[in-house]
Design a protein around this ligand. Structure first.
Ligand SMILES: [Fe+2]
Length: 369
């Protein structure tokens, strides 16, 4: 029997209006909060107002950095960290989807390690302290509120995640109400990201009995509630099921990391502008078919209620994942495959992946340019 461990130090507070009820704990981290968010979404869904109200009640000084865009870059996190340092913040609060949360994590480290460059975050032996992080997710997909990962885009335009135990938020305030205003496309893209976290967690060679239990529940919830949420987008009960799935799937990848699906998906985001979850969704079916040749049992387990790659494909079609036509040239596919093969994700994925296999999976999933 293989030994395993499970580490997830974030205290999760889940439920309607949970910030108002539980956020008093933020005060223990200091008197000066640095809030990291995007330009519009956290304002539209009232999460930012809820947070500012509670911080005012707690008598905290607040600085808002609201310039985060999708796929945060090294220069963005550098600018935010400089501002955070300048105002002397004691705690960093990320509000929004994966991008603000991942930015908050990088800022929490960079702000207190003045000479550290964003590229040096990728070697966690370069730093040993960070400001405490609080996470308020407003999408149901990334799971970043319960992980040690932050995904950034380098100066060269390459998307890659760094991991550090310092990245785990101290508290995550998870209120499904904030996802009610998400449009269909974002609901689908984020839910399919969570689905890929859960399935990849089962596929990963780092999976454990506990992470599998959480992952299987997350797959079941998305299978049942993503279509229902798309039919009835203002149903808070359905939204809360997707939010739970996303948080569970985040806890899964905190143990297992992601696999070749994420490594391949990153190129479709960086070079073709696809949303992260949509990118993973596009290549999921063909990747599973390839893994099945080597490890059919684990593919069956990952598919769970979807039963087969064909039925998963029908589900992804129904929720709109294949709505965007993506074309890529052979040259592009070959250069992406070279990068994918160097990623540690491949080692965690069952089966053998040659350069030609990666190119074939891309080619079957996309249109040829
Ligand atoms: Fe992801």
């Amino acid at each position: 029997m293989r030994e395993w461990s499970f580490y997830m130090p974030t205290k999760v507070h889940f439920g309607e209006r949970v910030l108002k009820r539980e956020a008093g704990v933020i005060a223990v981290y200091g008197k000066n909060a640095f809030v990291v968010t995007g330009k519009s979404s956290s304002k539209r869904n009232s999460s930012l107002d809820d947070l500012l109200d509670i911080l005012k009640e707690l008598d905290l000084k607040v600085h808002i950095f609201d310039e985060v865009e999708e796929n945060p870059t090294f220069s963005l996190v550098e600018n935010a960290a400089e501002e955070c340092r300048r105002v002397g913040a004691d705690v960093v609060i990320g509000v929004g989807g994966g991008s603000p949360l991942d930015t908050a994590k990088a800022v929490a480290i960079l702000a207190v390690n003045e000479s550290l460059k964003p590229e040096e975050l990728y070697d966690s032996s370069n730093y040993s302290h960070a400001l405490p992080i609080i996470a308020v997710p407003t999408t149901a997909g990334t799971g970043s509120e319960v992980t040690q990962y932050s995904v950034l885009t380098s100066h060269e335009g390459r998307k890659g995640g760094f991991a550090s135990p310092l990245n785990f938020p101290k508290h995550a305030f998870v209120d499904p109400r904030y996802t009610l205003t998400m449009p269909h496309e974002l609901t689908t893209a984020t839910a399919v990201d969570a689905l890929s976290h859960a399935m990849e967690g089962i596929l990963s060679s780092h999976s454990t009995p506990l992470s599998d239990t959480l992952a299987q529940k997350a797959v079941e919830l998305i299978h049942e509630y993503l279509p229902r949420t798309l039919d009835e987008s203002d149903n808070l009960e359905f939204r809360s099921k997707l939010m739970l799935a996303s948080t569970l799937a985040g806890m899964v990848i905190a143990q297992t990391s992601t696999t070749v699906i994420h490594a391949m998906g990153y190129h479709l985001t960086t070079f073709k502008g696809l949303k992260h979850g949509t990118a993973n969704g596009l290549i999921m079916v063909e990747t599973l078919k390839h893994i099945r040749k080597f490890a059919p049992e684990v593919v069956e387990k990952a598919l769970g209620p979807f039963e087969s790659e064909e039925k998963l494909g029908e589900f992804l079609e129904r929720v709109g994942i294949y709505g965007t036509d993506v074309t890529a040239t052979e040259k592009e596919l070959a250069s992406w495959a070279d990068v994918v093969l160097k990623a540690s994700h491949v080692k965690r994925t069952p089966g053998i992946f040659t350069k030609n296999d990666i190119i074939t999976i891309y080619a079957r999933s996309l249109k040829q340019g």
